[in-house]
Design a protein around this ligand. Structure first.
Ligand SMILES: *[C@@H]1O[C@H](CO)[C@@H](O)[C@H](O)[C@H]1NC(C)=O
Ligand SMILES: *[C@@H]1O[C@H](CO)[C@@H](O)[C@H](O)[C@H]1NC(C)=O
Ligand SMILES: *[C@@H]1O[C@H](CO)[C@@H](O)[C@H](O)[C@H]1NC(C)=O
Ligand SMILES: *[C@@H]1O[C@H](CO)[C@@H](O)[C@H](O)[C@H]1NC(C)=O
Length: 178
């Protein structure tokens, strides 16, 4: 039974957290988005030809719902919508840890670094919840242009790269029982 071990580990974690924070029901649920990492690049093979382009967004979500969600959910997506790669129009599904119930989805819009996150989870009483919220991260980004000074056909002409320091944002979702 290879799938039992992570489940037992999860149960053990759940009860530990329960003891640490007994019945803290008044605490609002929050989704903490941490290690937010955005980068993008555009590569021109000639002055007029954009050969490749795309951006990646990655972050972790921790749901502090009292005692209920003892795991971290990893989210990532690849965007290819010029110029900012992500405009909040596509819903991406995060990677739920093995053995964890529920699901997490998000949208990201690069122009204002805003995130919308939905998550369903099951608490230690077996009750399932749905939370929905959004927030903006304060990402510190820089863009760099490299241009081939002596370009000839067949070489890269230029690259335009944006990278950001990792950031975070805490979202207070609206929560309903499912
Ligand atoms: C951020 O993402 C880029 C591209 O995926 C990766 O190379 C880099 O290691 C990541 N940085 C961190 C701090 O995770
Ligand atoms: C959080 O995200 C970083 C970068 O993507 C990753 O290396 C790390 O393992 C994550 N942390 C957890 C607890 O999953
Ligand atoms: C969150 O759920 C609402 C209601 O079902 C839906 O309209 C919205 O598109 C969802 N957003 C994400 C990021 O999944
Ligand atoms: C530019 O390329 C030409 C043709 O390959 C070469 O003759 C010239 O020396 C190069 N100039 C520089 C500044 O690299």
């Amino acid at each position: 039974m290879p799938s039992l071990t992570p489940l037992l580990a999860l149960l053990a974690l759940t009860s530990t957290t329960t003891l640490a924070k007994p019945l803290a029901r008044d605490e609002p649920v929050t989704f903490a988005l941490t290690d937010i990492n955005y980068s993008s690049n555009m590569v021109y093979s000639t002055p007029a030809h954009l050969a490749t382009y795309g951006g990646t967004i990655q972050f972790n979500v921790t749901n502090n719902a009292p005692a209920a969600v003892p795991y971290v959910t990893k989210c990532s997506a690849y965007g290819r919508h010029l110029q900012d790669m992500f405009y909040g129009e596509i819903v991406y599904t995060c990677e739920q840890p093995v053995g964890a119930a529920g699901s997490t989805t998000f949208t990201f819009s690069r122009p204002d670094n805003s995130f919308a996150v939905n998550q369903t989870w099951t608490d230690y009483n077996g009750k399932t919840w749905f939370g929905q919220g959004s927030g903006k991260a304060d990402l510190k980004c820089k863009s760099e242009t490299w241009q081939n000074a002596n370009w000839t056909m067949g070489q890269l002409y230029s690259t335009y790269t944006t990278t950001c320091e990792t950031g975070s944002v805490t979202i207070v979702p609206t929560v309903v029982a499912v």
